[in-house]
Design a protein around this ligand. Structure first.
Ligand SMILES: NC(=O)c1ccc[n+]([C@@H]2O[C@H](COP(=O)([O-])OP(=O)(O)OC[C@H]3O[C@@H](n4cnc5c(N)ncnc54)[C@H](OP(=O)(O)O)[C@@H]3O)[C@@H](O)[C@H]2O)c1
Length: 329
């Protein structure tokens, strides 16, 4: 099988394409011929040694994959060869095949392409976990989404709109803003040229009649934009800390949290999954059902050949990606 191997932490260009022996297959495992491996921002952090967890070297990056079952272990009764499935492997996804316990492979619904199946889990679980389980939003509330053309941002636009929220989307390019509008954003802000706080309040006035601000800020970017967005929250508004794609952890001023009784809520979906596997499975089933009946519509990702993993990750870091990316072995 072919893999993308990280043999030392450092530049993305050091990633190597290697041939490896196939994974051994246990009696409860299935082998999956990967048709799409989802690319996530965090994969680039892993490869550069910039993530808080550093895997033992060498490792194969990539968590999300979709493909077709090519072999089943002796005791597997739930899946068949030829069946389309998707799964999260933690690491090892940037490969032409993976082997996982059968119970971790989920049949891909007909409503989803392999590209969507390989890219929706992390982005939609994060958005759903943030809005439903952490913020406990309700229909009619307003939300400002930063980085709204990104993986987790676009998912938040889609999930928020499906829950009946009024979504204001901030993104740096016209293409990203158009993607947010297509997923149901009621208004867009050009974060590269406009003042996000001022524009968010103007749109809140226009769309909800409350010019004091929005109910929720969803921030996967951090830095100065995150600090500004905190000031766009109305009374009892919630700031959701999702990530720091800008590379800077925002220094949220406590006086701005005190004013208007605002709240700051942490969102760490990845760590939560480890402690709440069953609840996460139920959440994933809810998301899959919502995609199946058309309430949610994940983007069709941009495809790169597996051998161009370094370029795909670099384009992600360079903010060129609208929506999601997959590697195709
Ligand atoms: N909390 C959780 O459970 C959780 C789960 C998944 C991901 N995350 C985190 O969420 C963040 C975004 O992930 P993602 O998959 O959505 O990434 P992505 O698709 O690459 O999007 C990141 C967005 O951040 C914006 N950005 C601003 N400054 C940037 C910079 N210097 N470099 C790169 N991007 C910059 C860009 O939007 P504009 O061009 O519009 O500014 C870009 O579209 C990451 O930090 C990731 O680790 C958190």
């Amino acid at each position: 099988m072919r893999v993308v191997s990280c043999n030392s932490f450092g530049p993305l260009t050091d990633l190597a394409i290697e041939e490896r022996d196939p994974w051994p297959l246990g009696p409860d495992d299935v082998r999956i011929a990967v048709s799409a491996a989802g690319v996530n921002f965090v994969d680039a952090l892993f490869v550069q040694g910039l993530y808080q967890i550093k895997p033992p070297l060498p490792f194969v990056p990539g968590n999300e994959i979709a493909g077709v079952v090519s072999e089943i272990g002796a005791d597997v009764t739930t899946l068949q060869v030829g069946q389309r499935v998707f799964t999260n492997v933690g690491l090892g996804g940037y490969a032409s095949e993976v082997a996982v316990p059968a119970k971790r492979a989920v049949p891909t619904p007909d409503s989803m392409t392999d590209g969507q199946a390989a890219t929706f889990t992390q982005s939609y679980s994060t958005a759903w976990f943030a809005l439903v389980k952490r913020a406990r939003v309700s229909a009619g509330q307003s939300m400002l989404v930063l980085g709204a053309g990104s993986g987790v941002g676009l998912a938040a636009v889609d999930v928020g709109r499906s829950l009946g929220m009024t979504v204001i989307a901030a993104a740096s390019s016209a293409e990203k803003r158009a993607a947010a509008t297509a997923r149901g954003a009621a208004a867009v802000i050009d974060s590269s040229a406009e003042d996000v706080k001022t524009r968010a309040k103007e749109f809140a006035q226009e769309l909800t009649g409350d010019g004091t601000g929005v109910d929720v800020v969803y921030d996967p970017i951090g830095g100065a934009q995150g600090e500004q967005a905190l000031r766009a929250l109305r009374e009892d508004g919630q700031f959701l800390v999702i990530g720091f794609a800008s590379g800077a952890i925002p220094q949220l001023p406590a006086n701005q949290v005190l004013l208007r009784n605002r709240r700051v809520t942490g969102v760490d979906w990845g760590a939560w999954v480890g402690r709440h596997q069953q609840e996460n499975n139920e959440m994933l089933a809810d998301i899959v059902a919502a995609i199946g009946d058309g309430r949610l519509s994940p983007v069709e990702p941009i495809a790169y050949p597996l051998d161009q993993a370094a370029q795909a990750l670099q384009d992600q870091l360079d903010r060129k990606i609208v929506g999601k990316t997959v590697l195709v072995p």
